[in-house]
Design a protein around this ligand. Sequence first.
Ligand SMILES: *Cc1c(COP(=O)(O)O)cnc(C)c1O
Length: 465
Amino acid sequence: MNIMKEDQKKIEQLLTNVVTHSTNFFNELDSRPVAIQYYQPSKDQLPELGIGANQTLDYFVQHYSNGLSASAGARYLGFITGGATPASIMGDWLASVYDQNVSSSQDSVAGTLETETLDMLKELLKLDTNYSGTFVSGATMSNFVGLAQARQWAAHHYGKDLTLEGLFAIPSIKLISGAPHSSIFKAASMLGMGRNSIHLIPCQENQEAININLLKEFLEQNKYEPCIVIANAGTVNTVDYDDLIAIGKLKKQYNFWLHIDAAFGGFAACSPLYDHLVAGINKADSITIDAHKWLNVPYDSAMQFTRHKSLQVEVFQNNAAYLGSSIDHPDFFDLTPENSRRFRALPAWFTLKAYGKEGYQTLIEENVTCAKNLEKKIINSEYFELLAPVNLNVVCFTLKQESVTAEMIKQFLATLNQQGDVFMTPTIYNGVSAIRAAFSNWRTESKDVEIIWKSLLHAVLLKKS
Ligand SMILES: *Cc1c(COP(=O)(O)O)cnc(C)c1O
């Protein structure tokens, strides 16, 4: 018996079972533990004879589903995790059903839909229409693609083609940033430029925004070299923004590539209350925006925007006779590290169509309101101390006591996260061991902030007793 073919005959029943399981999951999402820290399933083995799709679903639900976190839910405040809107889940399911390979646009309309989705995103995020865009798997990959173009641009300055001659052909390239995300260091490593090539310029006092005067000084001292400036639009601790307008002005005077990491901070553009934060973003040569964070589509999805598609093609071109590609007509596999690509634009397209500008404005504003509610409670609390004013959707705070250590934060978070009402992650801000609470899920409401606050108080009082 061919089990795959038997399963296909039952496809409606199989998918219906998935719908039932999914619906159950959503119905209990609010009450399941937000994070699961200890869960040891029995080790699975590859069966000689498969058990079929239906039994596999039962087995999965029984053995694994209780070990999965409620990161899709309202009170998972670790990292910047986002959520998945109902329409985006529909699009994601259908991406699997249609199973298109969007490496090229030769055999289906999927490529056209990707381009259309990127156009809608440019409008949502107030980016110039003449940016060229591509979907990638995450902001790390988007930073990688942006900096790969920057590297090629720098090589041209020396009259070299790095894609042919390699990095050894040119002097080392200076990357400059104030408070870059860890993935920038990773990208520098992957690109062979090295983590040490990143020069950190001090930030403004008590901020994570680069000190513009010091940046200018650095550029002046290095004005005969092509530099790469990595500006930040939304840092992970305090959601601080570099002064993008001022950096844009420096571009008139100095020769540098401007890459802006706006992974989640770019979504400030969705609200007239906060869009001033991203003013100047259109001065960028390349821009990183995540989709699986504040666009609230399922993992894994992000966008890369550039003003230099030709450099992008120089780096990533994948010319091969059997693929029918040509450098004069670059296709998707000429633009990013991947060749074969999932129909990643579909979940984004679904959610943009379904909820529009108004939907995203509401999502962003509600998340910020929740962050500010929590901020207020912390300011008035005898147990916690706010470390920086809430700029947008992240609350950065610590325990109110003498010399808080990383170990104390770790223990407190272990207690808090164990309670299962909320999940938060640690950080260090201004040298102080701290806690981050990041709001980025469409589900989160004020009533969740009340539950979160109760849980924080409970954890702190447990520690004291
Ligand atoms: C999350 C994040 C990244 C990395 O994104 P991934 O999608 O996890 O690869 C990069 N930069 C910033 C500012 C981020 O918040």
